[in-house]
Design a protein around this ligand. Structure first.
Ligand code: URP
Ligand code: ZN
Ligand code: ZN
Ligand code: ZN
Length: 467
């Protein structure tokens, strides 16, 4: 039996168009669009009609960088796949790509199987996986080919965190050479972790233990240097490159230069770098620990360059790097030693709203909002047009967004499993009202109507942003 829903009267916004259109959904997919008020639209019928008059009708958000249940610093990120994907849905995100982790001494397969087991049957929205490669060897390189074939087409490597996730330049080059052959995309955590560890040791020896020193030792220049090195290694390998969580304006300059040379170099930034700064890291009474993540928050003047990069397409994507740790009992592990504060910020629920606020504030256009938050992440990671747009044949992952609603972000009202909000008290114009995932109502007029297990694993093709 077919099930049909009609969404009437909204402004449909995609990365390329804004049209007043009615949307027909049939069996979990977009079946048709027609200009509102025309006979073609009037002919749409369904068991359910959603009135979107005065609202935006946008593709569900695609968050290409989350860490549910990530083991880090002796603890685990506090959102499970169940709580984290529910919170994502509340915030208008209908697809996440999370990072499965290969532990040193183990295979990629073991890591991927473990992440499938955590996610399966628990997600409210659809999900895919990238693979963190911590141990590059002949076996791992062969496994990368197999993973690409089965839909895990992107691999994260770390120039930071020696002794944990770190790869040296030779390991990075080998993985890049492999991805040049098999179509995979290397995602780089670009910070010079060896140099940073020296600065950490020296800072602690001077008694500089507060959270703000996390920002001081993880220098912008060391992000820029690693970004430059990653670009050159990718160029030598003949491979494309995607740099994750860019925060330093000096790193944006490296990316812009590479792109001006015509290199296939791409990058994301995250809302925390666009809206927060070292002022937050310096908050007294250890409150700064709430803002410890890597790359770190930067002084405010970096923000303008990040916005500019998003407008000029030197930065293509905004992902959250959602990696929440509670203040009580988790961030507190680093009292007296900033290097022991688990790295990461909550944000999967906040991204679509913060970026809508950026539209209101004049940083980006409405279509660019959808491009950086929905369409490009879907294309970058091989899910387009199934995800990231509203077009016939696409999955009916749709958000009804009220652009005039006012809200205040707060731990009191958010749904992430974490005891603080990084944006406590921030006023936002705009709010998610209703969310559909493959045609099913997950959020219905600000009520959760979804269920764990609705979300399914989404295998991905190789990067579609290259062509
Ligand atoms: O601080 C962060 N970003 N934590 C998550 C791990 C990573 O490097 O993305
Ligand atoms: Zn990282
Ligand atoms: Zn991350
Ligand atoms: Zn369902």
């Amino acid at each position: 039996m077919s099930s049909r829903t009609v969404i009437r009267g909204g402004l449909v916004i995609t990365a390329s168009d804004e049209i007043h259109a009615d949307v027909l959904i049939e069996d979990g997919r977009i079946a048709a669009l027609a200009a509102s008020g025309t006979p073609a639209a009037e002919a749409f019928t369904g068991e359910r009609t959603i009135d979107a008059t005065g609202k935006y009708v946008i593709p569900g958000g695609v968050d290409a960088h989350t860490h549910m249940e990530l083991p880090f610093g002796g603890t685990f990120a506090s959102d499970t796949f169940e709580t984290g994907t529910r919170a994502a849905a509340w915030g208008g995100t209908t697809t996440i790509v999370d990072f499965a982790v290969q532990s040193v001494g183990h295979s990629l397969r073991e890591g991927l199987d473990a992440w499938h087991a955590k996610a399966e049957g628990n997600c409210a929205i659809d999900y895919g996986f990238h693979m963190i490669v911590s141990d590059v060897n002949q076996e791992t390189l062969k496994e990368m080919d197999l993973l690409v074939e089965e839909g895990v087409t992107s691999f994260k490597q770390f120039m930071a965190y020696p002794g944990v996730f770190y790869s040296d330049d030779g390991q990075i080059l080998r993985a890049m050479q492999r991805s040049a052959e098999n179509g995979g995309l290397i995602m780089m955590h670009a910070e010079n972790g060896i140099a940073i560890d020296v600065l950490v040791e020296q800072a602690l020896a001077r008694g500089e233990t507060d959270p703000r020193y996390h920002g001081e030792v993880r220098k912008a220049l060391l992000e820029a240097e690693a970004t430059h090195r990653a670009i050159k290694l990718a160029q030598v390998a003949g491979a494309p490159l995607y740099v994750v969580h860019v925060s330093a304006m000096e790193a944006v300059a490296e990316l812009a230069r590479a792109r001006d040379e015509g290199l296939p170099v791409f990058a994301e930034t995250c809302p925390q770098y666009l809206f927060l700064s070292t002022d937050n890291l310096a908050e007294p009474d250890f409150e700064g620990s709430k803002y410890v993540c890597s790359t770190p928050l930067r002084p405010r003047e970096h923000q303008a360059k990040l916005w500019q990069g998003l407008r000029t397409n030197d930065l293509q994507v905004v992902s959250t790097d959602h990696c929440p740790f509670c203040f009580v009992g988790q961030k507190e592990l680093g009292r007296g030693d900033f290097s022991k504060i688990p790295n990461g910020l909550p944000g999967v629920e906040n991204r679509m709203d913060l970026l809508h606020q950026a539209v209101v504030d004049g940083h980006i256009s409405r279509r660019r909002w959808i491009e950086i938050a929905c369409a490009t992440p879907a294309r970058m990671f091989g899910m387009y047009p199934k995800k990231g747009t509203i077009a016939p044949g696409a999955d009916a992952d749709v958000v009804i967004y009220d652009p005039n609603a006012e809200q205040v972000m707060s731990v009191e009202t958010h749904h992430m499993n974490v005891d603080y909000s990084a944006y406590e008290g921030k006023r936002i114009t705009g709010r998610v009202e209703t969310v559909l995932s493959r045609g099913e109502l997950v959020i219905t007029e600000r009520e959760y109507t979804g269920h764990a297990g609705h979300g399914v694993y989404t295998p991905r093709s190789t990067c579609q942003y290259l062509n």
